[in-house]
Design a protein around this ligand. Structure first.
Ligand SMILES: N[C@@H](CCC(=O)N[C@@H](CS)C(=O)NCC(=O)O)C(=O)O
Length: 222
């Protein structure tokens, strides 16, 4: 059986992407949740199961095969589950979905660094830094284009829930957590993702976790 190693559901945004991908694949998998940065962290991440990623989560083991890094996990599970569950069938839509996923993976550093994921908290609104506003503005532009061109009757970026939604899911939880400003059209899309059963399961499990990492419990990271 597949085995997915992830970090705290409260805080680990890359783990959320890997886990959503595992759920979306429809394949059975075992999950192992490890507390990031606890007293055992350095010892644990030096172990054999973590070595391929140099100690970062998520990591997917499929027997002897190992895949790490959220986007590689999406691609691996896309192939393994028959190639229909993650990317739109239409060539132009798929090209845009892949570009958006890649841009998320490599970009939006200000938003990711200054507003780390914490699905258990909602902080009062405060003025975001200019670089965060610029990230949000680009994200709104991408979401609007995807929805207008390829959303159709569906609720998600490309109609059906897929890889692009998986990659942007932790952006949505950050917008909620830090009460960040968004375009009006975006709230319907965000609600659809937040109410997706996979997201509901993840958030419920995060609420049950007892681990607390103080640095992720502040309204803004320095
Ligand atoms: N590019 C990687 C990023 C993985 C990553 O940075 N994961 C964080 C948790 S969200 C981690 O393992 N941090 C622990 C560390 O760096 O020691 C991916 O897409 O999976």
């Amino acid at each position: 059986m597949l085995k997915l190693i992830i970090g705290n559901k409260a805080y680990s945004s890359w783990s959320l992407r890997g886990w959503l991908a595992a759920k979306q694949s429809g394949l059975p998998f075992e999950e192992m949740v490890v507390p990031l940065y606890d007293a055992e962290w350095d010892r644990r991440r030096a172990g054999d199961e973590f070595a391929p990623s140099s100690g970062k989560v998520p990591i997917l083991w499929d027997g002897d095969v190992v895949v790490w890094d959220s986007l590689a996990i999406i691609e691996y599970l896309n192939e393994k589950s028959g190639g229909t569950r993650f990317w739109p069938a239409d060539d132009a839509a798929r090209a845009m979905a892949r570009s958006m996923a890649a841009e998320m993976h490599s970009g939006f550093a200000a938003l990711r660094r200054k507003h780390s994921m914490n699905v258990r908290q909602v902080f009062p609104p405060s003025r975001p830094d200019d670089d965060v506003v610029a990230d949000l503005s680009r994200i709104m532009e991408l979401w609007a284009q995807a929805r207008a061109r390829f959303g159709g009757e569906g609720q998600f970026l490309f109609g059906e829930f897929g890889a692009a939604d998986i990659m942007y899911a932790p952006v949505i939880t950050r917008i909620v957590t830090y009460s960040l400003p968004v375009a009006r059209f975006a709230t319907g899309y965000m609600d659809a993702v937040l109410h997706h059963p996979f997201m509901q399961d993840w958030i419920a499990a995060a609420q049950e976790e007892e681990w607390v990492i103080e640095q992720f419990e502040k309204p803004v990271n320095g």
